[in-house]
Design a binder for this molecule. Structure first.
Ligand code: TRP
Ligand code: ZN
Length: 882
């Protein structure tokens, strides 16, 4: 056991295959008032695997074992061993049929893992290791088999009975009960099993696949939500079409069901043909969901659908390979969204998530490679690293091999591994073999944690007309891995002349015309490399890391003028956006330093001018201008400092917002007026883009007393949630005199709507300053709040601790105490949520002595409680490790 942890460690190197083949499984669920009986029948065939015992070892937790029957003979209690985690049956014949009966209590399951109740229906969540809370079973992803599932329940309470695959039979029994049998012909691991039982409404549509299979599509929701399903359905149809067109992948069954639930630990789950979704990623109507919600729904519906091939048809051998399905599927959903919406905006948003959330994770106590080497609790490894960094590593395969080469690799991957449980190495091998190339060195990205730093310097020789870039890569040591090696880093770049025109990129020894190109990709392998361009007529401005071609931190000593040029003229939209961010970042961080040394804040004129041009830019997509106008987040600015100056960052960022508003006032007012056109709500890309810029402008306007009227007017006139929420947020953030009235009107209007109420909670949890801890505590007493509901916990505590630095890090320590109290309460209710919540303390070492001491004390207090779950125990042990 790892020091301080509350459970044993599992190591990747210790993988051993299961000693039995599971030929098929039959399940029967007898759903009752306060307990459910689960009968299982497993057809087993012994495999000779070195290192395994002769005994059959099945996982199981919180089960009441009623009966064990082998080949029709009930076993006496002496014939097997059963403890809190497993059932061990020795001396079985090589081939046998095992029948088990267990009793479970789904109504008492607050961990939302296994079979649990949500309102008046029941559902399952089995990934990663929840199936063992349903029955004794080899709960590991490399045991794949076919399932036949019968569900029996009261006809009135549970009219809808769903499981994976095709509905093959149904009937009625006495006592007003009925049953349905489902059969899934595709072998699958148990983490993809699902069951739903209850009184749900649905909408239905159809998709005809490229090979003319007719697929019935259904979205199931609670009756009151039936008018909010259409967007999810449309997104599903788009996903199915896109996967055929872009990846040549078709759906493989006759039904596809999506079920929405209010009580869910994560976003959604890709169970074979029976996806289960957090209702946040299904339900949408223009008056209840923002444009961002609509886009998130499209992305998550796509993500779960794409898992059908990348995750389900080809699955993971063990949970260390999680990024095999998650990194790849996030890449696929990002590409889907890029093809459906704006590729440029999508890229910026994906990079923002990676840098704001994954970079800090990788620099903190939970640092791990995308394929970890060890874990205590696998649920703690559904991380930004496995998902988001994993996706950028798949993206680098794509960058290096090109679309065609990448698709050849995917094709070979499916040819070789359809129906199997495989490893990341199998994926890399398919990519390499299909392209007849060696990707061994690139594969180090799977082993090494931490964010590489690229330090670039340049030299222009006017006499020789040569321009040389010297590049050094260095990955700082991380808590899990002190020693680092150089990685293969794809660097996409160009050069700009002083007029902004692209310069030719000719290397020594290359013929002049063949190489003349505005954009080149270099693969860096060594710690130090240099690239020399010849026939360069003037000292250029380098445009580096176009499209964010690798997940690295880049440093190059740009002048303000260089950045202004890149921002205005580069051909790559990512670099244009990045230049704006860098300019703002420089400006803000300089003010943080000014403040710290007791000086007055001021902003260089070049920065103001560059932003002024942005506001006036009538050519560029308004959504892109909006992205550029959003100042770097407090968390990202914090990342740039050795010791985080919470208050300095906040003050300098507010100062900058307000100064831009003052200096650009007429242009802001005018552009806002043009965008605030009074045209009724539309869902088109153009309308979304315009709303986005309008609302970013509004956030600037309300920093000035004269600007608050715009938010008040917008709130009154709005016919959609995007504009309503932006106006309300603006009023709340600027501390407007009418904010309380506006908040309570909003509260009354939406009191019976849990998802909109979450927005209301979040808004208040975001209010900066020392008073918010007390306000969050008050709101936890609100009738609509429940600590048992993960969306509520995220809306209040998640937002407060992760997105409100001056609130959470308030000097008194009230924010820390509040969050720690809730972690302790959640630990006993829902360990997964408790572990996610306690992660807010992971960065404790990066703060001043006062704050870091207070945070460490809370971590220690949590570490010392009785009954600490392995989930929380692992996070806290890593955070406290010296
Ligand atoms: N596989 C899910 C996804 O699409 C993740 C997931 C959903 C999950 N629910 C979970 C992971 C519960 C762990 C626990 O990304
Ligand atoms: Zn996923």
């Amino acid at each position: 056991m790892k020091k301080g942890a509350t459970g044993p460690t599992t190591y990747r190197s210790e993988y051993i295959a299961f000693g039995w083949r599971l030929e098929r499984v039959r399940l029967r669920f007898d759903i009752g008032e306060d307990a459910t009986l689960v009968h299982s029948e497993l057809l087993l065939h012994r495999q000779h695997v070195e290192g395994t015992t002769q005994d059959l070892v099945l996982h199981g937790q919180e089960l009441e074992l009623l009966e064990v029957v082998v080949d029709g003979q009930a076993l006496s209690q002496e014939a097997y061993r059963c403890d809190a985690d497993q059932l061990v049956i020795p001396a079985l014949p090589d081939r046998c049929t095992l029948n088990l009966s267990v009793r479970i209590k789904p109504q008492e399951n607050s961990a939302l893992e296994g079979l649990y109740a949500c309102g008046n229906f029941m559902l399952t969540q089995c990934e990663a290791e929840g199936f063992r809370k349903i029955t004794y079973f080899p709960d590991r992803p490399d045991v794949m088999t076919t399932y036949e599932v019968t569900i029996e329940a009261d006809r009135n309470r549970y009219p809808v009975l769903l499981s994976n695959g095709n509905r093959v039979d149904s009937g009625e029994t006495e006592d007003n009960r009925h049953w349905v049998t489902w059969h899934d012909p595709f072998p699958k691991p148990c983490y993809l099993f699902a069951l739903v039982a209850g009184d749900l409404a649905h909408i239905e549509d159809e998709f005809v696949t490229a090979s003319t299979r007719r697929v019935t599509l259904r979205v199931y929701v609670e009756h009151r939500n039936i008018d909010r399903c259409r967007h999810a359905m449309d997104s599903l149809i788009k996903s199915m079409r896109w996967d055929e067109e872009r990846f040549g992948l078709e759906y493989d069954l006759d039904v596809y069901n999506v079920v929405a639930t209010d009580d869910f630990n994560m976003g959604a789950m890709e169970n074979k043909s029976l996806n289960i979704f957090n209702s946040k990623y299904v339900l949408a109507r223009p008056d209840t969901a923002t444009d961002a919600d609509y886009q998130a729904i499209e992305g998550v519906i796509g993500h779960e659908y794409f898992h059908n091939w990348t995750g389900n048809r080809v699955t993971c051998r063990d949970w260390f390979q999680l990024t095999l399905k998650e990194g790849l599927t996030v890449f696929r959903d990002q590409e889907f969204s890029a093809d459906m919406q704006s590729r440029a905006v999508q890229r910026i948003q994906d990079v923002r998530v990676l840098r704001n959330r994954q970079f800090p994770e990788d620099a903190g106590p939970m640092s791990h490679p995308i394929r970890p080497d060890e874990y205590v609790e696998v649920n703690n490894f559904y991380t930004m690293t496995v998902y988001q960094k994993g996706a950028t590593i798949i993206r680098m395969f794509h960058t290096i091999l090109g679309e065609e080469g990448f698709q050849k690799g995917m094709k070979l991957y499916f040819e070789r591994h359809d129906g199997q449980a495989v490893t990341c190495d199998d994926f890399i091998a398919a990519m390499a073999d299909a392209n007849d190339t060696n990707l061994a060195a690139f594969g180090r990205w799977y082993q090494q944690s931490g964010t590489p730093q690229l330090t670039v310097t340049s030299r222009y020789d006017a006499d020789l007309r040569e321009y040389t870039l010297s590049i050094r890569q260095h990955t700082p040591p991380t808590q899990d891995q002190p020693d680092k090696v150089p990685l293969v880093i794809p660097l996409r770049m160009g050069l700009l002349g002083s007029d902004g025109a692209a310069l030719p990129l000719q290397l020594a020894g290359e013929a002049a015309d063949a190489s003349v190109s505005a954009d080149r990709l270099f693969l860096l392998h060594e710690e130090k490399e240099s690239i020399t361009f010849v026939n360069v007529d003037e000292a250029p401005v380098p445009s580096l890391l176009r499209e964010f071609s690798a997940p690295v931190k880049l440093s190059y000593d740009y002048s303000d003028a260089d950045l202004a040029l890149l921002m205005a003229r580069d051909s790559d939209t990512f670099v244009r956006w990045e230049a704006a961010q860098l300019l703002a970042q420089k400006g803000i961080l300089d003010q943080v330093a000014q403040l710290a040394s007791g000086k007055k804040m001021q902003m260089p004129e070049a920065i103001v001018q560059a932003f002024s041009k942005l506001v006036a830019d009538g050519e560029t997509d308004p959504a892109l201008i909006a992205e550029a106008l959003i100042l770097p987040s407090e968390e990202y600015l914090a990342e740039q400092m050795d010791t985080v100056d919470v208050d300095g960052i906040f003050a300098a960022r507010e100062f900058t917002k307000s100064l831009f508003a003052q200096r650009l006032w007429p242009a802001l007012v005018q552009r806002y007026a043009v965008l605030n056109d009074g045209i009724p709500y539309a869902k088109t890309a153009e309308a979304v883009s315009r709303r986005r810029l309008k609302n970013v402008l509004l956030a600037y306007l309300v920093t000035q007393p004269d600007g608050q009227q715009y938010a008040e007017q917008q709130l009154r006139a709005s016919d959609n949630m995007t504009d309503t929420l932006a106006a309300l947020r603006s009023l709340v953030m600027c501390g407007s005199a009418v904010k309380d009235e506006a908040l309570s009107e909003f509260e009354d209007r939406w009191s019976d709507d849990p998802l909109v109420t979450d927005k209301w909670f979040s808004l208040q949890a975001m209010v900066p300053g020392p008073g918010t801890a007390a306000q969050v505590k008050r709101l936890m007493g609100h009738a609509a709040f429940s600590i048992r509901n993960p969306n509520k916990v995220r809306a209040l505590l998640g937002v407060f601790s992760m997105s409100n630095p001056t609130g959470f890090h308030t000097r008194s320590g009230d924010g820390y105490a509040l969050v720690a109290d809730q972690v302790i309460e959640l630990n006993a209710i829902n360990p997964q949520m408790a572990a996610r919540t306690v992660s807010a303390f992971n960065q404790w070492r990066r703060y001043d002595d006062n704050r870091s001491t207070l945070m460490r004390e809370q971590l220690q207090r949590i570490a010392d409680i009785d009954g600490l779950s392995p989930d929380v125990g692992e996070i806290v042990a890593n955070a406290l490790e010296t």
